[in-house]
Design a protein around this ligand. Structure first.
Ligand code: DP6
Length: 356
């Protein structure tokens, strides 16, 4: 038995964090490979907060591949899961062949059992598929001994997942190639870059979103001319401006771009036919509150962004957190708004970690 075979774990547990896009991805040019119509940029949250934990085991005794999400068995034949499994196994085989190892040193012939849990509401517009597929791909890579660039595989699970493969500020470059080889995530700045930046998640509803991102963006691509305009004429410039704002740690510039981009994304949802409504009245009140708060101080101290759901993600700087949380609690007391809760999240994320 080769030495590395003896050390090889056949059970691995990893965690992966959620990322929040400040320049949104919405729309694919290739459904199967998950190639986007525009680049996007996100902030990866700290591992300890919103995260997915995935355990992958391989064993000679397993009869078939299986997966459980939050304790419930799901369909392993789902095409996106199959893409990730196929790609990781392909890389593992390639690695074995490159090394010329005669023995199957990476449990390649074994079936896998995958167990994944989120510590936050699934499918409530809190990027659960991003953390989920990032974690799945990373854990599979560990168990099969695959190294190197993995964001292209995570992307094939869920587009936004490729950005959760890195910490800090991450861009997903849309790429130009038809095979998607250049559609990858890349760290723009590390997690240590802007330690004063804080994120608050205001949960307005933990219910499943009525229209998932995948089908929602499909309809938008088919019907919204605003989306086409956005992808071609707005996002390229915003990517440059946002990267600059992050680099300079220019909060007002960062905040204004994030809010405008969130608003334009939701405008494309309204421009979709039939229209898609992800925001609810609480979301609208949060938007108004943020603008009132900034107007009161005559400067941009707080920003919001909303993904495919009504929950607000708030960006601010450390020195404004306490006051802004008090303001939110004053206007949205938990008793009045149906048990919604508020949670402070810090952005000083480390890389994907492995808990063996
Ligand atoms: C609004 O990555 O969930 O959160 O690629 O079809 O799995 P699929 O979609 P997904 O879409 C995320 C959309 C978004 C914006 C973003 O995260 O950039």
């Amino acid at each position: 038995m080769p030495e590395d075979n003896m050390d090889k774990p056949n059970i691995v547990t990893c965690t992966a964090p959620v990322n929040i896009a400040v320049i949104k991805y919405w729309g694919k040019r290739n459904e199967e490979l998950i190639l986007p119509i525009n680049s996007s940029l996100s902030v990866t949250l700290h591992q300890d907060q919103l995260k997915t934990t995935t355990t992958v085991a391989t064993s000679r005794s397993f009869q078939e591949d299986k997966i459980w999400l939050n304790g419930k068995e799901e369909d392993i034949t789902h095409p996106r899961l199959q893409s990730c499994l196929r790609e990781i196994r392909r890389l593992a085989r390639k690695r074995r062949n490159d090394r010329g190892t005669a023995v199957d040193s990476t449990c390649l012939s074994h079936k896998v059992h995958i167990c994944s849990v989120n510590n936050f509401p699934t499918a409530a517009g809190l990027a659960s598929s991003a953390a989920g597929f990032a974690c799945l791909v990373y854990s599979l890579a560990r168990v099969f001994g695959v190294e190197g660039e993995l964001s292209g595989i995570a992307r094939q699970g869920s587009g936004s997942a490729c950005r959760s493969m890195y910490g800090g500020f991450v861009q997903w470059i849309m790429g130009q190639q038809d095979d998607g080889k250049d559609s990858l995530a890349q760290q723009v700045e590390p997690e240590t870059h802007w330690p004063e930046l804080r994120i608050l998640v205001l949960v307005a509803s933990a219910e499943r979103k009525p229209i998932g991102s995948t089908s929602g963006m499909q309809t938008s691509v088919q019907t919204s001319c605003l989306l086409k305009y956005r992808a071609e004429s707005v996002v390229p410039g915003r990517m440059v401006e946002m990267t600059e704002a992050v680099r300079r740690k220019d909060f007002p510039a960062f905040a204004e771009l994030a809010m405008k981009d969130s608003n334009q994304f939701h405008a494309t949802c309204l421009d979709t036919y039939p229209p898609i409504f992800y925001l609810n009245s609480v979301s609208h009140q949060v938007i108004n509150l943020v603008h009132c708060y900034n107007r009161h101080y005559g400067e941009t101290r707080v920003a919001y962004t909303f993904d495919a759901g009504p929950n607000a993600v708030i960006f601010t700087l450390q020195q404004h957190v306490t006051e802004f949380v008090q303001v939110v609690q004053h206007f949205f007391p938990p008793e009045i708004n149906g048990g919604q809760f508020i949670k402070g999240l810090q952005v000083n994320h480390a890389d994907l970690s492995e808990e063996l």
